[in-house]
Design a protein around this ligand. Structure first.
Ligand SMILES: *Cc1c(COP(=O)(O)O)cnc(C)c1O
Length: 453
């Protein structure tokens, strides 16, 4: 039985000329392409009327529901007022107001805002800005970066350079910069009897050794605070971030916090860095920034960094990085409205209730013979499927067990999109506890099918 509208005209037109991201297009000979007509709260509604509960916030971008009326209204109003203006030499209210709000809500010390238009571009900006800061300070010998194993910071060449997920990196490695890799504080890699806090300390000791040897040639350490998302929703103790802040100060390298996925309430606090009471030197934001409406990113940094570029034109110290759509008024206005929802509604409090419900519903999976780990940080939860529970031997990647869970989800009205054999939940904040029940029930059935296939 083919449960999917394979003959859908839109799908046929798409497959005839489009090329989709993160996809082996050949898969669509068997994996359905899902044509979506509209969205409503946490639901995506197909051209055939089928409904899909968006369990992954459409690649972690959506916070307050699809086609959110409040955000849509702000966007429409802005579109009738000013859709775009060059951002070199010109400015506008949404860009300034958004920068004011970002400086207000992010950790202390982040007082300057640079806009770009997607997450990877924000990473490019942070890497270049860190390098250029040291150059302007007379330290042109600092040209290297330290990244964590299992990290993901995007897929443009610079961002991919500081990423360590083999799927994305391996093929393009000959084109990339080579970072120093420090072992991730990933709690999944705990030794027997070791807790997450001890893993963090052990990994900090290794990072210290790396800095001891290489700090003179290193611009910055870049991390995804608390959760390495694309690397498999691997989670770690906040103590690592506190230790990292201390080490970066001690060895005079920058701390770049990539909060593109974890920012805006995902981990339980507005920003993940708050859980370690640290303020990085650069913070990269995107994804949830616009509530999932439009591409926009921001890099926040310190006044001291900004001042290292501020000089007579002839000194040649200006930062050079520009995108045509920098500071787009529509995107900034939509981001402002998203942040207004955080001010007007008890979002984090509501999320705590939802996260507790999700945790309770996932808890029984801990005893499942093919589940090695159930982990959660706020509104991100993950279930790691393995071939053998005792040894944690993974299923061979080629078996694509996670894909079976994805297909089961689609057949039962849920968008779950596992990362390999890691089934995760990262729903919009507007889901109900009943929605969570549906997501988890569907995932559990899908897991049963996947592990026994
Ligand atoms: C998604 C992501 C990026 C890249 O953002 P894009 O907008 O997809 O380029 C960078 N870092 C992290 C942590 C991400 O999750």
């Amino acid at each position: 039985m083919n449960a999917f509208p394979a003959a859908d005209a839109l799908v046929r037109r798409d497959l005839g000329l489009l090329w989709h991201p993160c996809t082996q297009m050949h898969d669509h000979q068997t994996v359905p392409m899902v044509p979506i007509a509209r969205g409503e709260g946490p639901w995506l509604i197909g051209t055939d009327g089928r409904r899909y509960l968006d369990g992954i916030s459409s690649w972690w971008t959506n916070l307050f529901g699809h086609a959110n009326p409040r955000i849509a209204a702000a966007l429409a109003e802005q579109a009738r007022t000013l859709e775009h203006v060059i951002f070199a030499g010109f400015t506008h209210e949404p860009a300034v107001a958004l920068a004011e709000e970002l400086v207000r809500i992010t950790p202390a010390g982040l007082d300057r805002v640079f806009y770009a238009d997607n997450g990877s571009a924000a990473i490019e900006v942070a890497l270049k800005m860190s390098f250029h800061y040291w150059l302007n300070q007379g330290h042109g010998e600092k040209t290297r970066f330290i990244a964590l194993t299992g990290s993901y910071h995007g897929e443009t060449l610079g961002a991919l350079s500081v990423s360590d997920v083999a799927l994305y990196r391996k093929t393009y490695a000959p084109l990339l910069l080579t970072p120093f890799l420090a072992p991730s504080p990933d709690a999944y890699e705990a030794e027997p009897g070791e807790g997450a806090a001890q893993v963090a300390q052990r990994r900090l000791a290794t990072l210290r050794e790396l800095l001891e040897q290489h700090a003179h040639e290193v611009c910055a350490v870049i991390v995804e605070p608390l959760v390495q998302c694309a690397g498999g929703m691997r989670m770690y103790h906040p103590d690592y971030l506190a230790g990292l802040r201390t080490l970066c100060d001690e060895y005079q390298v920058h701390f770049i916090a990539d909060e593109i996925a974890v920012g805006f309430g995902r981990t339980g606090t507005l920003f993940a860095c708050e859980q370690a009471s640290v303020s990085p030197d650069f913070m990269c934001l995107s994804k949830g920034l616009t509530g999932g409406f439009l591409p926009l990113s921001a890099v926040l940094t310190r006044t001291s960094v900004y001042e290292a570029f501020y000089a007579e034109y002839s000194a040649g110290k200006a930062f050079l990085h520009s995108h045509s759509y920098t500071g787009n008024p529509l995107a900034c206005r939509v981001a402002l409205e998203t942040l207004a929802i955080f001010r007007d509604e008890p979002v984090l409090e509501r999320n705590r209730t939802l996260a507790a419900h999700l945790a309770a519903r996932l808890a029984p999976l801990r005893d499942h013979p093919h589940v090695a780990d159930v982990r959660q940080t706020g509104m991100i939860a993950a279930v790691e499927l393995v071939a053998d529970k005792a040894s944690r031997r993974p299923f061979p990647a080629a078996e694509r067990r996670g894909l079976k869970v994805y297909l089961h989800g689609l057949e039962h009205g849920a968008l779950l999109r596992p990362l390999g054999n890691i089934i995760y939940f990262m729903p919009p904040y507007v889901v109900s506890t009943a929605d969570i029940d549906q997501l988890v029930d569907t995932a559990i059935e899908g897991i049963e099918r996947a592990v026994h296939a």
